[in-house]
Design a protein around this ligand. Structure first.
Ligand code: 6R9
Length: 648
């Protein structure tokens, strides 16, 4: 990147004040920022008291060996006890913890009392299989309650889980099993995806064969499909767990005891095993889930649509909501099975009051049309959340209007697998919201934007997002590779955590995320963010989704190439393409006008829904495609390549 900071192009003037009734009764008020600023560690010590500790910590942060943090290090607790047992002890045993909705339409409600029994049985079964405190267990599952139960059972006995997303290949699973040295794998015969059973066990069989270290495979029966069986290794969950006693006394572990490893694929190199520990992680996931969603556990119904295989599912399906004793919905399948109104049918059925989803889903709903959500009663909703990518202002406004009846706050939450929990986000009862901006670090969090020389940029300036103080749910290291932890996150800017995202500060000092630094384009000496050009395109009524990349160009260094998905009725014509170029020029200035605009049917995305611009850059530069293994649908790329004129 050149020395020049990111061009600050987009001007978004719309503002949305918090609803008065929500603000009047909000869990968090503006005073929290002041309190945390005056005494950051005192603030986190207070948040740690949300948890039930076997031994209360007396030291909040040990930062004597930075960047290796120890939070609440002399405290001890059991994470599963905090997520389950204590709610039963407090008299909430009959409260529903999980409303499970299977894709075929089967449903099942699990109360906290039932969850406690199930987690205890699963913990006893893992002990019987020889799993001990400090071991690692791989989890390769569909979105069913047993996935959360398996994770909590590991936590209960002090084993770290390593959840591998069920859409990953046998190869990816084998690498992760080996890296974590997992001796037990928890899986299922399969799960339901797009109207039919989709197998998981065959990939496990192959991965286990390849890894060569797995002793037991615990298999949940979900679909009833045929599975190959190895009697020396495989055990059915309903047998091994079913015969156990529901009594299990949780042991207290150190606050810094490993809770889980979660691999981030990254764009290059071997996946990084992000290590999270117990006390700090649970403190920040519980606090943020309560504060950012204004959670009222007695009345709210929460739904996070992420897969448990991603960090969003770890922190905001399993640990945050359950630590808070919330009632939540867990949905197994895809948003368009059996029809495109499925999400809204679920919101209506369970009276969902807080919905947490991703920009990629919101843009898909926009493309499907406003009339679909309009058929359902969504009046139970009171807070909407977004995570995973920068949300284009137009998608933000659509979400608020069509899903939130122009009434609910939208919270755009920025965080990463590495941060463990939300870091930058509006608060629904406090913040005057700006569509497309995550706005402000949460109370107790310190973040800023710096230039190439590590100088903090003034308001109106752009550069790199950095975190300037340690936070409770921060990653502790990369599993087995402290040096890579230092190199990746702590060497770019002295003493600061480098997130890898571009960002700018507006005139009020609010933060706007601009996408991954690797994706930033350099056009005639100007750094231009992919996010801003995409948002300008999405603000045109004919565009549902857009991905832009910088392709090598003899005159300008890089030239902007845009791939767009048109909305329902829009027709792909030369005049529309000219109109789109002009529209971007008006919104952002002539420098940001794409040189080429290609309407396409689909965009390449990772399995967690993030646009893979790297592959589009390969297409735009007529190169052979790089690694496509993390792509959801590999046929997408050939469709896009077919669109390109041969002479391009
Ligand atoms: C939680 C999660 C992390 C990367 C992150 C950034 C992007 C996530 C965002 C956002 C802008 C938001 N990202 N939330 N960008 N605004 N609200 O997604 O974790 O899968 O590790 O991805 O996602 O680029 O650095 P993870």
């Amino acid at each position: 990147m050149s020395n020049e900071s990111l061009a600050n192009l987009l001007k978004e003037e719309r503002r949305f004040a918090p609803p008065a009734d929500l603000a009047a009764d909000a869990n968090v008020t503006a005073a929290a920022y002041e309190q945390a600023k005056a005494d950051r560690l005192g603030f986190w010590a207070e948040q740690a008291r949300r948890l039930t500790w076997a031994k209360e910590p007396t030291e909040t942060l040990d930062w004597s060996n930075p960047p290796f943090a120890k939070w609440f290090k002399d405290g001890t607790l059991n994470v599963a006890y905090n997520c389950v047992d204590r709610h039963v002890e407090a008299g909430h045993g009959d409260r529903v913890a999980i409303h499970f909705e299977g894709e075929p339409g089967d449903s099942r409600a699990l109360t906290y009392a039932e969850l406690k029994d199930e987690v205890s049985r699963a913990a006893n079964a893992l002990l019987e299989l020889g799993v001990r405190k400090g071991d690692r267990v791989a989890v390769y599952m569909p979105m069913i309650p047993e996935t959360a139960i398996a994770m909590l059972a590991c936590a209960r006995i002090g084993a770290a889980h390593s959840v591998v997303f069920g859409g990953f290949s046998a190869d990816a699973l084998a690498t992760r099993i080996q890296d974590a040295d997992a001796r037990v794998v928890i899986t299922s015969d399969g799960g339901y995806r797009r109207g039919k059973p989709s197998a998981l066990k065959p990939a496990v069989d192959e991965a286990v064969e390849r890894a060569g270290i797995v002793e037991h495979v615990l298999v949940v029966r979900r679909t009833g499909q045929e599975v190959a069986w190895d009697d020396t290794r495989d055990v059915w969950w309903h047998e091994a767990v079913g015969r156990q006693s529901a009594a299990h006394t949780p042991e207290a572990f150190d606050a810094e005891h490993p809770l889980f490893i979660l691999y981030t694929s990254g764009t290059t190199g071997k996946p990084k095993g992000i290590l999270h520990t117990s006390g700090g992680y649970l403190t920040q996931t519980a606090y943020t889930h309560w504060a950012v969603f204004d959670l009222k556990p007695d009345t709210d119904v929460f739904w996070c649509t992420a897969d448990v295989g991603w960090v969003t599912g770890h922190s905001y399906i399993v640990y945050g909501p359950l630590a808070n004793g919330a009632t939540q919905v867990m949905y197994e399948g895809t948003p368009d099975t059996p029809h495109q109104g499925r999400f809204w049918e679920i919101v209506q059925k369970y009276g969902v009051s807080i919905l947490y989803t991703a920009p990629t889903a919101i843009r898909t709903f926009m493309k499907w049309g406003d009339d679909i959500p309009a058929e359902y009663d969504l009046s139970s909703l009171r807070v909407l959340g977004s995570v995973g990518e920068p949300i284009n202002p137009e998608a933000w406004v659509w979400y608020r209007k069509n899903i939130g009846a122009d009434r609910t706050p939208v919270v755009d939450t920025w965080w990463q697998t590495e941060t463990g929990a939300m870091m930058i986000s509006p608060l629904p009862g406090v913040t005057e919201a700006k569509p497309g901006s995550a706005q402000r670090p949460l109370p107790g969090i310190s973040a800023t934007v710096v230039d190439d020389e590590a100088n903090e940029v003034p308001n109106g300036g752009g550069g790199y997002l950095v975190l300037t103080e340690p936070w409770p749910s921060m990653l502790r290291t990369i599993w087995g590779d402290d040096q890579r932890f230092l190199d990746t996150y702590w060497s770019r800017f002295e003493g600061r955590y480098f997130a890898g995202d571009g960002a700018k500060k507006d005139d009020d000092g609010d933060i706007w995320l601009l996408g991954r630094v690797d994706d930033v384009m350099l056009v005639s000496g100007h750094n231009i963010s992919t996010t801003e050009v995409e948002s300008a395109l999405v603000s045109h009524p004919s565009v549902a989704e857009a991905a832009v990349v910088g392709a090598a160009d003899e005159t300008t260094g890089q030239a902007i190439v845009a791939f767009v998905i048109l909305r329902g009725t829009a027709e792909e014509t030369e005049s529309l393409v000219a109109d789109l170029r002009a529209h971007v020029g008006t919104a952002l200035g002539p420098i940001a006008k794409p040189k080429r605009i290609l309407p396409v049917a689909e965009l390449p995305k990772t399995r967690s829904g993030k646009i893979m611009r790297r592959l589009l850059r390969d297409v735009a530069e007529n190169r052979e495609l790089g690694d496509v293994t993390t792509l959801t649908d590999s046929t997408v790329m050939s469709l896009i390549q077919d669109k390109l004129p041969a002479t391009a």
